[in-house]
Design a protein around this ligand. Structure first.
Ligand code: CA
Length: 230
C-alpha cells in the first residue's frame, strides 16, 4: 500500500515514514499543503495522513481541494482535539481523525480501517494482522513469517523487505524503490545491498521449498507472486 504523509514537523514526518516502512507501507512525504495537494492529485495513494496545521495551504483547505477531485481516504492529524474540531474535520471530508500525541500502533490500525473501507486494494491484511500468499504467512503483530507451517528466521531488514513485497504481491518493485523504502537509501549510490538481501531472503523463503514465490524481472526488479498455478 502506498501512503502519502503530509506533515511539516520534520522529525514526526521522518518517524512516520520509517515506522510505516517497517510495516511494509510505501511512503511519500510532503512538508507543506501545496506540495501535499500536488502529490495527492498527481499520484494514486491508498491513503493520506494529513496534518491539520500546515504552512502554505492548511490541512482543511488541502482536503477540500482534494475532495473536489478525488476520494482517497484521509486520516487527519491534529494537536487540537475539541469535539467541534473533530466534527469540522469529518465534515470537510476526512475519513478519520487522530489527536496528537498518538500511539503509532493506533495510526496503523486506523489506516487499515480507512483503506479497507475504500475501494478494494491489493492489501490482503486480514482482521488478525496476517498477510498471506500461497503457503507463506506473515504475522505483522508478532513479526513472524512462516512457509508451509515452517518458521522462517529473518533479520529485521529481511522481514521488512518481505512484508513490502507481500503487501504489493504481483507488482514488480524496482531496486530503487526497495532501496528507498527498506534502507532509506538512494539507489544511485551504487550499492548492491538490495541484491544481497534478495539473495539471502530467497535462500530462506524459496530454496527449501518446491516452488518459488520471489521472482526476478530482468532489468525491472522483483516480484512476489505464486506462479505455480499459472
Ligand atoms: Ca503541523
Amino acid at each position: 500500500m502506498k501512503i502519502l504523509v503530509v506533515e511539516d514537523e520534520l522529525k514526526l514526518a521522518e518517524y512516520l515514514r520509517k515506522g510505516l516502512n517497517s510495516e511494509g507501507f510505501v511512503v511519500d512525504l510532503a512538508h507543506d499543503g501545496l506540495e501535499g495537494l500536488h502529490l495527492a492529485l498527481e499520484c494514486d495513494y491508498d491513503a493520506i495522513v494529513l496534518d491539520r496545521m500546515l504552512p502554505g495551504l492548511d490541512g482543511m483547505a488541502m482536503l477540500s481541494a482534494l475532495r473536489s477531485k478525488k476520494t482517497t481516504p484521509v486520516l487527519m492529524l491534529t494537536a487540537v482535539g475539541s469535539v467541534e474540531d473533530r466534527v469540522a474535520g469529518l465534515k470537510s471530508g476526512a475519513d478519520d481523525y487522530l489527536v496528537k500525541p498518538f500511539a503509532f500502533s493506533e495510526l496503523v490500525a486506523r489506516l487499515q480501517v480507512i483503506t479497507r473501507r475504500g475501494t478494494a486494494t491489493a492489501d490482503q491484511t486480514t482482521q488478525t494482522g496476517k498477510l498471506r500468499l500461497s503457503d507463506l504467512e506473515v504475522d505483522l503483530v508478532r513479526r513472524r513469517a512462516s512457509r508451509g507451517g515452517q518458521a522462517l528466521v529473518l533479520t529485521a531488514k529481511e522481514f521488512t523487505l518481505l512484508t513490502l513485497l507481500l503487501r504489493r504481491q504481483g507488482e514488480v518493485l524496482s531496486r530503487a524503490v526497495l532501496a528507498d523504502q527498506v534502507w532509506d537509501m538512494n539507489f544511485d549510490s551504487g550499492t548492491n545491498v538490495v541484491e544481497v538481501a534478495i539473495r539471502r531472503l530467497r535462500t530462506k523463503l524459496d530454496v527449501p521449498f518446491e516452488h518459488s514465490l520471489l521472482h526476478t524481472e530482468r532489468g525491472m526488479g522483483y516480484v512476489l507472486e505464486d506462479r505455480s498455478t499459472l
